[in-house]
Design a protein around this ligand. Structure first.
Ligand code: DPX
Ligand code: MG
Length: 559
């Protein structure tokens, strides 16, 4: 016997979830009880709904999909920011909201947690703008169909979906789930379009000598990371990744030629992309940040763009093609073209490796990055928050197997604390390392307490430069100064009587080394290392980025 809640729980486990993130409220309590009845689905609690949404977003990065369950309106509207982020970042996060009793809909009853008007459809309407499917369930009979519809859309599109369930329907009986293949099976590419797109691409490559691959963040959403390696090896050419796609092509691969980000590319990466006579852009997103204020935007007849569902370049535009099938078919037919791989070592002028600071030397950004670098192992995942942590994180050299998570399209400060929590719940086998600025941390700090509650041995490098340094570089003013906190001291507040989190403040290189040792030894909770640095100690890349973005923002209106 199934009811709406247990049906939903069954479907969530069938799509691979072992957890769902929750904030309770009276409109979702019956639903939460039903979700609890499924032994394969653990309930994970969050401090607020914004964090709940971001925790699910981080979990989806680790496991491919996620669910966040919130209450109506007061919860749902907070979660929408994170759900919009999941949309921008191509992650299928299922937002599930409790909703008013079906008898109260379209009546003159005014309800709590609402706008005190009679139309309570506004959350559904808002959700429609930030999801690929949004459904409202007010009848148990229709629930299986509507739930399946939303889940299928999310998994296909790699975008969030929204399911609202009236509080008196959550426990009502409904049909049993049918075969899960109806939700997760995917139609193959259109055979003719696949063949034509590959043939046209082979022809495009034929008269080129120096192709290069440029990997973007939508490669993962397309499930095509393995196929990108196949294509790279068939062509034998240099492979660059965009910052948002860092780790989506292995950095220890012999053909990896660094991060392409215009002027602030890693050594040789920009030169090799500029030297190339064909740029195969795979899953790329070019926005004002990733193009450094529109100064590094590959365009022209030598650029081919391959996205999930669309391959286009000079005079061609093919639809109905899965990216992974296109890449692997092209790998079988593409000519070897390895000139960029021969040239790349000549162009690269590798920076000298950073020299260890003396133990009593005042802590610097560079020394922090150097010490984090030595922590990176095949099972490490680095999560880099918006701010100078972007540039510090992107500069790390990842060993094979290491992963990197960044939220570059949505770019919301505060994302990383709950996303790190969600990621660590989803990938307990990995060493999760977060790099977070002081300003960002202040948005969502309380989610560290959930890491403590679940005893997650996350390591947080809290970079305290006393302000919004990236904003200082884009455009300074008094609004970039923030109230200092005792960040390390906060961990004891969160520990209360039973937690095992560690908070350590460090001011020099030796203290940082000791703190990292303590963090590695602490397996029963997170360790937050508060690293105090000078306010103006930021990366050169951040300064260049800030200048370029400021110039793009300041373009005068057209007359
Ligand atoms: C803002 C940003 O301390 O990092 O390294 O000091 O810059 P840095 P912090 O975490 O400060 C972050 C700050 C204020 N961006 O510099 S990046 C604007 C912004 C945003 N998201 C939200 N609000 C404001 N990106 C939700
Ligand atoms: Mg800061």
């Amino acid at each position: 016997m199934y009811n709406v809640g247990s049906y939903l729980a069954a479907r969530l486990t069938q799509i691979g979830l072992k957890h769902h993130f929750v904030v309770a409220g009276d409109f979702n309590l019956v639903l939460l009880d039903q979700l609890l009845t499924n032994g394969g689905l653990e309930q994970v609690y969050c401090c607020n709904e914004l964090n709940c949404g971001y925790a699910a977003e981080g979990y989806a990065r680790a496991r491919g999909a996620a669910a966040a369950v919130v209450t109506f309106s007061v919860g749902g509207l907070s979660a929408i920011n994170a759900i919009a982020g999941a949309y921008a970042e191509n992650l299928p996060v299922i937002m599930i909201s409790g909703a008013p009793n079906s008898n109260d809909q379209a009546t003159d009853h005014l309800l709590h947690h609402t706008l005190a008007t009679h139309d309570n459809s506004y959350q559904l309407e808002m959700a429609k703008r930030v999801t690929c499917a949004a459904v409202s369930i007010t009848s148990a009979a229709d629930a299986p169909y509507l739930i399946d519809f939303a889940l299928r859309a999310a998994l296909r599109e790699k975008k969030p979906a929204y399911i609202e369930i009236a509080c008196n329907i959550a426990g009502a009986p409904c049909a049993a789930p049918g075969p899960i293949s109806a939700i997760i099976a995917e139609a193959p590419s259109d055979a003719a379009s696949l063949e034509a797109s590959v043939a046209a691409t082979v022809e495009f490559l034929q008269d080129k000598q120096k192709p290069v691959l440029l990997i973007g963040s939508k490669l993962r959403a397309a499930g095509a990371e393995k196929e990108a390696i196949e294509l790279a090896e068939a062509l034998g050419c240099a492979v660059t990744t965009m910052a948002a796609a860092k780790s989506f092509f292995p950095e220890n691969h012999p053909q990896f030629a660094g991060i392409y980000w215009g002027e602030i590319s890693s050594p040789g990466a920009r030169e090799i992309v500029d030297w190339a006579d064909a740029i195969l852009c795979i899953g790329t997103i070019f926005n004002d940040y990733s193009t450094l204020g529109w100064t590094a935007m590959p365009s022209g007849p030598h650029v081919l763009t391959a996205q999930e569902g669309r391959i286009h370049f000079g005079g061609h535009d093919f639809g109905g093609v899965h990216l992974r099938e296109f890449l692997s078919q092209l790998a079988r037919e593409a000519p070897k073209k390895d000139a960029t791989m021969v040239q790349f070592p000549r162009l690269r002028s590798e920076h000298a490796p950073a020299v260890a600071a003396a133990p009593d030397a005042k802590l610097t950004r560079l020394e922090i990055v150097r010490q984090i670098q030595s922590l990176l192992t095949a099972d490490a995942t680095v999560i880099a928050e918006t701010g100078d942590s972007w540039f510090n994180g992107v500069s790390l050299k990842l060993p094979g197997g290491a992963r990197f998570e960044i939220e570059m399209q949505w770019g919301s400060i505060g994302w990383s604390v709950p996303a790190t929590f969600g990621y660590a719940v989803g990938a307990p086998e990995r060493r999760v390392i977060a790099m977070i600025g002081d300003g960002s941390f202040q948005l969502t700090a309380q989610e560290v307490s959930q890491m403590i509650r679940r005893k997650l041995p996350v390591i947080i490098f809290l970079i305290n430069n006393r302000g919004y340094t990236i904003e200082v570089e884009i455009h300074d003013g008094p609004y970039n100064d923030i109230k200092n906190w005792d960040y390390a001291g906060l961990i004891n507040v969160f520990n209360a009587e039973d937690g095992r989190g560690l908070g350590i403040r460090v001011a020099n290189a030796g203290e940082l080394t000791e703190a990292i040792k303590a963090a590695l030894a602490n397996r029963e909770g997170p360790t937050l290392i508060e690293c105090g640095i000078e306010r103006d100690d930021c990366s050169a890349d951040l300064i260049t980025f800030g200048r370029r973005v400021a110039a793009a923002n300041a373009r005068p209106p057209r007359d």
